[in-house]
Design a protein around this ligand. Structure first.
Ligand code: NAD
Length: 460
């Protein structure tokens, strides 16, 4: 069945969702308040880097089943409206800022016609604190025939298209899961091609659906900070965290994913969702139950500071020293720089007086906005020229595959901090580099530490 669908808020989540819904055969209109974003999408240009998205977008536009607008009036006759609005951290606290959602709901309510027959479904996809759906439903369901569901999104940037078209589960939040509800059948009709491929669909109460998403992100952040806390212990004891995590992950109750020690998590989701979870738990009087998440956040911040300490251990005074930061995006295969550990570390190095250059295969514009255009260099080779220290902070394949001998010829001094544990320190040391990795000793036992014998370091 072809449905008329709108997607409100066409950022990372919404744009991919809109193009994916067109791919499933629906007639889709995407809306945003940002005219530049709408114009780019309507012209078939992805406003962000996401593998496979531009092809999907162009296919949707060419099919005639996908278009974009800034005008809420054009949404009035859709059967299903998805909400893809941002829920950033509040400017003055840990809580989620729901103002974009509330404003979109008000704009939508103003144009929706009252319907007596078929229901109009509004489906929230944003990540929100428990209790949000019920409070938004009280507003939007005042329009006759309108029903609200919450259907949190689990896509990962870098895999957004694949995750939207082949999700590992669909979660439907409804006001009362024990009551037969025709809104479930309507959302099933939207996702019919996915359900035919046996994607598991779970129906639950609004608050459970909201909590699935925030607790998933809090859990992932906890797993990353756990191995990073172990990394701190490794640094104190001389153990190698990559040995520990390799062996730990072999226990299938633990698993390898999100168990790589490094400079920690960032992006537009994990940091703010963890903090929103803390704020929401406190509002509900159960702050103590999740108090450990404060420490998860603190471990994550300490790893960023640790990179700066390591740089100072290697260079002494950082003032005026040329440092090349490899990576600006919060993770590879994305140009998203929201709360990027790489840019945070770069900013801290700048504050310490270093002469910092940042490069990234896709996120140069975001880096320039945060650090200033004079700090950004396109192309790895140009960025490496003249470096006293290289700091790898986003594990793009291009950086993981760097050859130590070739790279050595580009820099002034062969010093490297591997903030993601993706380089083989032995190989780099053999090529004459002083390399430090988070959670690993300065040099393997029995091998003289380069900083103990700085004379081994010769300009390249
Ligand atoms: N990015 C991800 O990987 C991801 C994954 C899962 C869930 N989420 C959640 O999805 C939500 C959206 O995240 P995102 O990364 O796509 O954010 P985003 O900032 O990229 O997109 C939000 C869009 O909403 C638009 N907008 C703001 N106010 C509006 C209004 N009143 N009417 C219409 N449009 C409006 C903005 O211009 C922007 O384009 C968040 O709650 C996030 O936590 C994101």
């Amino acid at each position: 069945m072809t449905l008329k669908i709108s997607v409100i808020g066409i950022g990372y989540l919404g744009a991919v969702h809109a193009a994916s819904m067109a791919e499933l055969g629906h007639d889709v209109i995407g809306l945003d308040v940002d005219p530049a974003r709408v114009a780019a999408l309507q012209a078939g240009r992805a406003p962000f880097h996401e593998p496979g998205f531009e092809e999907l977008l162009r296919r949707g536009l060419a099919s005639g089943r996908l278009r974009f607008t800034t005008d809420y009036e054009e949404l009035a006759h859709a059967d299903v409206h998805f909400l893809g609005l941002g829920t950033p951290q509040q400017a003055d606290g840990f809580g989620a800022d729901l103002s974009h959602l509330r404003s979109a709901i008000a704009s939508l309510a103003a144009v929706l016609p009252a319907r007596d027959g078929a229901a109009t479904l509004v489906v929230g996809k944003s990540t929100v604190p428990a209790g949000t759906s019920r409070s938004l439903a009280a507003t939007i369901e005042q329009v006759a025939g309108v029903r609200l569901m919450w259907n949190p999104e689990f896509l990962r940037e870098g895999f957004a298209v694949q995750d939207t078209l082949t999700p590992d589960r669909l979660v439907y939040g409804v006001p009362d899961p024990d009551v037969e509800d025709d809104r479930v059948a309507l959302l099933d009709a939207v996702y019919a091609p996915l359900l035919e491929h046996r994607v598991t669909r779970l129906v639950m109460g609004y608050e459970a659906a909201e909590l699935v998403k925030v607790s998933a992100n809090a859990f992932l952040a906890t797993k990353i900070s756990f191995i990073n806390a172990v990394a701190e212990m490794c640094e104190a004891t001389g153990a190698d965290v990559t040995d520990v995590s390799r062996a730990l992950g072999m226990d299938d109750r633990i698993g390898h994913k999100f168990l790589r020690a490094g400079v920690g998590y960032g992006g537009g989701c994990l940091p703010k969702d963890l903090r929103a979870f803390l704020a929401s738990a406190e509002e509900h009087g159960v702050g103590e139950a999740v108090g450990f998440l404060h420490e998860v956040d603190a471990v994550n911040q300490r790893r960023r500071a640790r990179v700066v300490t390591l740089a100072a251990e290697m260079l002494g005074d950082l003032a005026g020293r040329r440092i090349t930061v490899l990576g600006a995006a919060f993770k590879p295969d994305s140009d998203d720089v929201r709360d990027s550990p790489a840019l945070d570390v770069a900013a801290r190095l700048l504050e310490a007086g270093a002469d910092v250059r940042v490069t990234d295969p896709e996120a140069l514009a975001g880096a320039a906005r945060r650090l200033g255009p004079e700090r950004v260099v396109a192309g790895t080779e140009d960025a490496l020229a003249g470096a006293d220290l290289v700091v790898l902070l986003t594990e793009w394949r291009e950086y993981r595959d760097l050859d130590p001998a070739t790279t050595r010829r580009l820099v002034d001094m062969p010093r490297m901090i591997d903030g993601r544990n993706v380089l083989d320190p032995r190989q780099w040391r053999e090529a004459g580099w002083e390399i430090r990795s988070l959670g690993r000793a300065a040099a393997p036992r029995g091998v003289p530490s380069p900083e103990a014998t700085p004379s081994v370091l010769v300009p390249a």
